[in-house]
Structure formats: structure tokens, C-alpha cells
Design a protein around this ligand. Sequence first.
Ligand code: GLN
Length: 486
Amino acid sequence: MFIAELRQQLKGGEISARELIEHYLGRIESVENTLHAYLEVTAERALAEADLIDQMRAEGKPLPPLAGVPIAVKDNLCTQGIRTSCSSKMLEKFVPPYESTVTKRLWEAGAVLLGKTNLDEFAMGSSTETSAFGATSNPWDPSRVPGGSSGGSAAAVAAGECIAALGSDTGGSIRQPASFCGVVGVKPTYGRVSRWGLVAFASSLDQVGPFATNVADAAEILKVISGHDPLDSTSINASVPDYCSSLSNSVQGLRIGLIKECFEQKGLSSEVKTSVMTAANLLQSLGAELLEVSCPRFNDGIATYYVIAPSEASANLARYDGVKYGYRSEGANNLAEMTSRSRAEGFGSEVQRRILIGTYALSAGYGEAYYKKAQQVRTLIRRDFEKAFDSVDILLTPTSPTTAFSAGKHANDPLSMYLADLLTIPANLAGLPALSLPCGFDGSGLPIGVQLISNVLEESRLLNVAHQYEQAAEVMANRPKANLVP
Ligand code: GLN
């Protein structure tokens, strides 16, 4: 069900908020054994909120914009009184004393929390396999990964276990799982959405954004969570346009840039390439113009990211020292041993790898050679985009070089896992808004995603073009059958 439909039905009395929430709880009950998208389901709270909404309806009070919309939240967003674990043993018992700004805005708009979703530990990964609490499966084929790190949110939306979900995207963690699970995922402009209450991974890259089954729903959620927040010093103080009202604009005359370097990737599957080109051609048939553009530094994104992100992570994760909060190893003889043992036991191996890489890159004598160099390349990547936007209005690429891979495929090969984000990382480095939406299926019936990237704060254009494509292509109407996708 879409948000507009739900609003209509609640208003018309065809369904009650309680019935709706009960439906989603039932769905969770029937598929979670296979999927494990949720770490915790907040059933009691959800039903209590549904009753409040039904009471408002009975009293004829006006309903807030997202009244009754069942939402799942990635478990790296703080929810007051509800465990927020980041899928890490380190935060296994952490119950935040405060609410993140994005979730606070959702609840104020009437949305209902259904539960907290699984992720790669501390959002480091591309498959949701590094969670300390077990992996999530892909609803299109449970032997495949859902992507990551927001794999739980993407899978929950795809499997009909909620209407929409929140994720976070540092290098692709919303867009890549969206593409693997056949849903829409949006990473906003850096600073558009508050990071207050998002457990920090790499603070200069992290952004929160929505997952939904169509573009209009993603636009509704984004509208509610966007906007200035004095609690986040990097939050942009600019008004938020009504993303929903521009969805129906025509794409006539729109200049779409196809980034040459993306389509020339060695690891790009031919099925993905064909499907994404078909999507571009459809937009052309709607009146857009296709142009080839070059971003010569695009391929340096991975190397740049894997210096900057671990460096920032090593600083951010220094707070987990076994003293203030989080996991503490018992029985150590002194403070140094306690800290060291807490961190060795509390963090999984991927998180430890990132901390080691980042600490090394920032250590005396190496800062200039690695961190500073990476920042310089980051500037060059941003300039490539700026130049591209001199001649086009929006950029189009595949979201991921492949469709969902088999569970365990990259488990012992971090580098091949890192390459899964080759096409999504540059937008994070440049701070640009980008989204992924379904554009087709491969021979095994797995979804393929197309990525759109627009200029800073141009989320409206991004959503508008995506919506126009979605309406014309009807990808989901022609989807292959999958047991766990309603
Ligand atoms: N997969 C990338 C990483 O492992 C991106 C993660 C993210 O966006 N949170 O760092």
C-alpha cells in the first residue's frame, strides 16, 4: 500500500489504524523467520499509537500528514527508550536517553514505529552480513544478500513488512540495498537532513534518507525529515521545497548526463548495463536529451573513501572505551587492559579493520601522505561533478555493478566487497543528492537499480525525474514472482 492510498482509506473509514498495524505485524510474523530484517519489533508501542490515531479519527480531529504510516528504522538511529545497537555487541545493551531528530520529526508527523532494522555493524559493509546479530536475507531470493549496510530497512520495505523505512548512506548504504531489493532509496544532499542522533560512522559523509516502494512515498518521507536542525552543526539552513508537488513536472528538454566512466567499468554486468541504458532511452522518449559526460576522477572514489571513511570512523569509534557506556570486558587488571579487551571483544572484525586502517592513515607522519591526499582527491572528484553540471541537469548511472550476490560470496575478500560501492561513493564524497530506483530484472529475477545524481539541494529534480520514469516504465507492474515480495 502507498501512503496516499492509506491516507484515503483511514479518512474514508475503510480501514482503522489498528487494523493496518495488525496487518503489518502479521506480515512481519510470517516472513521474519526467513528474512531477519528486524532486530526488534515494537508491536505494543505501535498498537498503542494506532489506537491514539483511531481515537483522533473518532473525534473527527484532523490527522497529521503521515498518520498511521508504519515505518521501520535502521538501528543506528537513536530511539529514546528503545535499544539502538548498531548491530554491534558493543552497543548490545545501549538504550538511548534521547531521540534522533529524523525519527522525532516522523513521530510528530503521525508515523508509527514498527521496529528497528538490521545493518552491517556500525554501518560498515555492503551486505548486512557483518551484523553481530545474524545476517538479513534478500526477499527476492533468500540465498542472496539484501545489500548493505541498510539491508534490514531495504528488505523490510521490499517484503511488505512496513510502508517505508529510514536508512543511512555513507558510501551507498541506502542506494545499493535499494537496488538489490527493488525499492526506491534516497540519499539527500549532505546537510539537508539532520544527523543528530545518528550514530556516527564517517561524519563528513553520513546522511539519513528514506526507503519506499515508490517515488511519491519517498518524497513524502523526505519532506518530513528534511530541514535545518540547530543540533547538527553541518545542517543546511535552507527552506525545504514541497517535493511532492513537483513530481508531475515534465522532463521535456531535461539534459541527462551519462557518466562515461560508469558504463566502462570492467565489473559491470551486461544485464545491468542494458537495463540502465533502456531506462535512459525511455527518459529520452519522454523528451529528455541524453549526453555523455566524463568524470575522469570517478574511479578514484573507492581509494579516496577508504582513507577518509576509516579515518573518521577511527576517531568516532574511540568513544567506545568500556568506561562511559557500551560493552565492558570484565576481569582486566588495569584500565589500559580493560579498554583494549573491551574493544577487541566488543567490535567485530570489519569494524576493527576500519579502525586500524583509519588510525594508521591519521598517525604521525602519515596524515599528509594519506588523509590530506585523500581530501585533495575528494576536491577533484567534486570538481568533476561541478563541471558535468555545467552541461547537464542530472546524471544517470547504474547503482551497483551487479545484482544481489550470494550470501558469503565476498565474506573473506574485503576488497571485492568494497568494490560493490564503486558507483555510489562519489556522490557521498561530493555531498550530492542521489537516489536509486528499480529499472528492471536480471535473468534470475533479481532487481536492477538505476542511480540518478543531481546538483546540491536539487532533491526536487531528482524525485521528479525518478517519478516520471517510474510512471512510464511500470517496472514493478511487470515484476517476476517472488514468494517473499507481496
Ligand atoms: N559499503 C560502504 C562501507 O562499507 C558504505 C557503507 C555506508 O554507506 N554506510 O563503508
